[in-house]
Write a protein that binds this ligand. Structure first.
Ligand SMILES: [Zn+2]
Length: 123
């Protein structure tokens, strides 16, 4: 699939947001691993606690979606094509789509695009 070229300013703004989300990812992954380990230890003594596995995973998925939407909202990222804000409210069930919900154009760069542009900045 051919992705559209996003301008440099848009890519820089999106990279800043991505770096913040990336930092949160580490915290989230460690918290998830800690929770799973605690659950494993507790399940040795109380096997019934294993039923908490599904709510824990659902909760972490919801938090993962929340923080991605929150970053878009906090940094007021706008669609480079139509200028509308990309997110106004959080959705716990879906992560943000790369397509603008106003005009349908690709508004968020892929990780690959962000990294390619970053290399250009360094040169
Ligand atoms: Zn748009």
């Amino acid at each position: 699939m051919e992705t559209q070229k996003l301008d440099r300013e848009t890519l820089q703004a999106q990279r800043a947001v991505r770096n913040i989300v990336k930092h949160d990812t580490k915290i989230l992954v460690y918290s998830l691993l800690g929770s799973l380990f605690l659950l494993y230890v507790l399940s040795k003594k109380f096997p019934i606690v294993i039923v908490l596995l599904i709510p824990i995973l659902v909760m972490f998925l919801a938090i993962n979606n929340w923080r991605q939407w929150k970053a878009l909202i906090d940094y007021k990222l706008r669609c480079p094509h139509c200028g509308q804000v990309l997110a106004e409210r959080v959705n716990f069930f879906w992560s943000p789509s790369p397509k603008c919900r106003h005009c349908g154009e690709i508004a968020l760069a892929t990780i690959k695009q962000l990294e390619q542009d970053e290399q250009v900045d360094v040169d």
